[in-house]
Write a protein that binds this ligand. Structure first.
Ligand code: C2O
Ligand code: CU
Ligand code: CU
Length: 490
């Protein structure tokens, strides 16, 4: 039995008016953690692995009484885990079985912009979208979610999200825990607010500056989950799939754990810590060691305990929330280890920089003073070059920064070496207010002067309000084109 303690977060005045932690409920960890099934592809004549994704509405009995109306992929809520290996050709048939348009974006994936699944690849009701590309990036925990212009938050909140695990030979050669659902466990962590009728309540709060903060935490769609541990080492693939909430992960006994991978893949070396913060959209892989017969709870800790700086008194960073109980068996298999060296270190610190740009995020809907216009391409980058983007959260609200198509290296945070948790490849970073993040990224392989990639705040109410921009990747001699008016209607 654990506690849920929520700060008294108002909307506008929340950061100077934080009341003391207040226990609002208790969690019985009485439901086995659901593990999303692995999507089963077929093979087409060209050898591509074809995944059928059926976006649908449904209901789930989260609570006693009325069932909750939900959306999901190949099921009523969330979606299957997609798994593909570097070098493989993947193809999808995404059918939209909803009454409104939506899309599926492959967050963290390096791929052509026409396959990206952003606002320009919306799938009409009953439409089918068939993206296809060759997976060409290191092993990593990515994810997929809708990205329709102005409605991403609602669609994710309804239940559209899933993991996309990329494998490669190097990671397969390591002796890390890798038995899916046994010692290699996906954890899609999301908060929800239920109304009195057991329905997801995402209305009023979407008007607030921070978005919506639910007071119930689910993992893979399970409320009050426990997981039966059968091995000494367990790898957790943590995805903050919430629309607004920050988590400061740690265990109830403050045991150390090892961060082994960030958004873009494995770190060169594991980093031991007892706290890890993730903002919406970020992923991390951690390895935790268990003793036979013990129980311990994964939780999100209040800002004061281990956050770097004052930023975390935002978007739920002040709350104490129990997330999942781990129950170790009386005997634990012990066959895996954390290798001395794992992934390749980011290597852009000394790269020749073709262009520097700066981005200032402010309010809840602007980057550099402008809001998203789907027909406006903000700039073009050159294929094959490295750019450094200096990004700043210019106000007192919580923001983060996500770039499509690339994984970037955080060069500095306010001129200093970034903290260890930001030293691997990243595609989303939390932005501490009034702090400058220098991000280095290389644009490679795919060009299209007309169809842009997005960059945006991943607090989804901010993204939906317009805190987003668009860039194209240009081939040699190419100039910025124009977004085809038909692009949004797939
Ligand atoms: Cu996770 Cu532009 O998205
Ligand atoms: Cu993305
Ligand atoms: Cu924001």
């Amino acid at each position: 039995v654990g506690a849920v303690a929520l700060g008294g977060a108002g909307t506008l005045g929340y950061f100077w008016n934080k009341s003391k932690l207040e226990t609002v409920g208790e969690i019985d960890f009485d439901t086995p953690l659901a593990v999303p099934p692995l999507a089963e592809p077929t093979e087409d004549p060209s050898g591509a692995r074809v995944f059928n994704l059926e976006i649908q509405s449904g209901t789930v009995a989260f609570k006693d009484g009325r069932e909750t109306e939900t959306w999901g992929v190949n099921g009523p809520f969330l979606g299957p885990t997609i798994r593909a290996k570097r070098g493989e050709e993947v193809a999808f048939a995404v059918h939209n079985g909803l009454d409104e348009g939506t899309s599926i974006h492959w967050h963290g994936m390096h791929l052509p912009s026409v396959m990206d699944g952003g606002p320009h690849q919306e799938v009409e009701p009953d439409g089918v979208w068939t993206p296809q590309w060759t997976v060409n990036q290191p092993a990593a925990t990515l994810w997929y979610h809708p990205h329709p212009h102005g409605r991403t938050g609602h669609h994710v909140y309804r239940g559209l999200a899933g993991m996309f695990i990329v494998d490669d030979d190097e990671s397969a050669g390591l002796n890390l825990p890798s038995d899916y659902g046994v010692d290699d466990v996906p954890m899609i962590i999301q908060d929800r607010k239920f109304n009195g009728d057991n329905q997801f309540d995402d209305n009023a709060s979407f008007m607030s500056m921070q978005g919506i903060l639910g007071d119930e935490i689910m993992v893979n769609g399970t409320l009050g989950p426990y997981f039966d541990v059968s091995t000494r080492l367990v790898r957790l693939r943590l995805l903050n799939g919430s629309v607004s909430r920050l988590y400061n992960f740690g265990f109830s006994d403050d045991r150390p754990f090892s961060l082994i991978a960030t958004d873009g893949g494995l770190l060169p070396q594991a980093w031991e810590t007892d706290r890890l913060q993730l903002s919406p959209g970020e992923r991390a892989e951690i390895v935790v060691a268990f003793e036979p017969g013990e129980s311990v709870v994964l939780r999100s800790n209040p800002a004061d305990e281990g956050y770097e700086g004052p930023l975390a008194r935002f978007n739920g960073g002040d709350d104490l929330l129990d997330i999942c109980e781990f129950r170790a068996a009386d005997t634990l298999a012990d066959t895996t280890e954390i290798p001395e060296t794992m992934g390749a270190a980011p290597d852009l610190a000394d790269a020749e920089v073709a262009e520097e740009r700066s981005f200032s995020l402010s309010g809840f809907n602007q980057i550099n003073g402008e809001s998203m216009d789907p027909m406006r391409i903000d700039f073009g980058v050159r294929e094959g070059t490295v750019e450094v983007w200096e990004v700043e959260n210019a106000d007192g609200f919580m923001h983060n920064f996500h770039v499509h198509d690339v994984q970037y290296q955080v060069l500095t945070v306010d001129g200093q070496e970034p903290p260890p948790r930001l030293r691997g490849w990243k595609d989303t970073v939390q932005l501490v207010p009034q702090t400058k993040y220098r991000l280095a990224m290389r644009f490679a392989d795919y060009t299209d002067p007309n169809l842009p990639y997005m960059f945006h705040c991943h607090i989804l109410v901010h993204e939906d309000s317009g805190m987003m921009g668009q860039f194209v990747v240009l081939g040699e001699g190419e100039e910025i084109g124009a977004v085809p008016p038909s692009a949004s209607a797939a």
